[in-house]
Design a binder for this molecule. Sequence first.
Ligand code: CTP
Ligand code: MG
Length: 235
Amino acid sequence: MGKTAAVILAAGKGTRMGGHVHKQYLELQGKPLLYYAINAFESSSIDDIILVTGPGETEYCQKEIVERYGFTKVRSITEGGKERYHSVYEGLKSVPDCEYVLVHDGARPCITLEVIERALEGARAYHACTVGMPVKDTIKVADDNGYAKRTPDRSSLWLIQTPQAFKYELVLKAYEKLLSSESYQTGITDDAMVVETMTREKVKLIRGDYANIKVTTPEDMEVAGVLLNRIYGRK
Ligand code: CTP
Ligand code: MG
């Protein structure tokens, strides 16, 4: 079987979290938040991990995360870019030869082995997939003045998470096309969207986990703490 790789993103600035330390390095249950995502991929069947960090943070990541916790699958630490999609592209270019690649937000510490393996199976079966979950709340589209304009049918709505998993050549080509044309680059928020808009490939939606939250604002840190205790078996 072809080799598999994961690009773990940690080049964001954590603006919505606030504070001076980028959220991926905030401590959660005694370890940096980013540790948990790397740990899950390290113990999965993925062969190689590429970490994407902010400018000037590669040495910190190497010493304080990779070496400190003895991760053996991290092949390189690459500097990301201004937008998430720039960081993904940098990560994809650094991936060693592989057939399938998973892209994961370093800000999703509660990722489990089961979800990673499901995403990988999805990539093998469909060539392009993302994990997500059906929405539980009603979603409304607001007009410019903050009034409810529309209520889309909830039964067809999914909350999209990561990992998003692809045939490597497919997602690389999609990103090359995106980066070569500025007019496409507004409103890109995930990798599936890049594949949807830049290729003819359809992206399959695979079940993730409601616990696979993205730590974005301070209250998410508390929730993630509780969820991690459950995953790692602490009371
Ligand atoms: N990310 C990245 N490069 C960027 C922007 C984001 O690698 N230029 C990463 C983040 O580190 C995070 C993931 O993409 O792991 C999801 O992004 P998000 O939750 O938006 O994180 P931030 O961009 O750091 O937060 P904010 O938008 O609040 O500034
Ligand atoms: Mg962001």
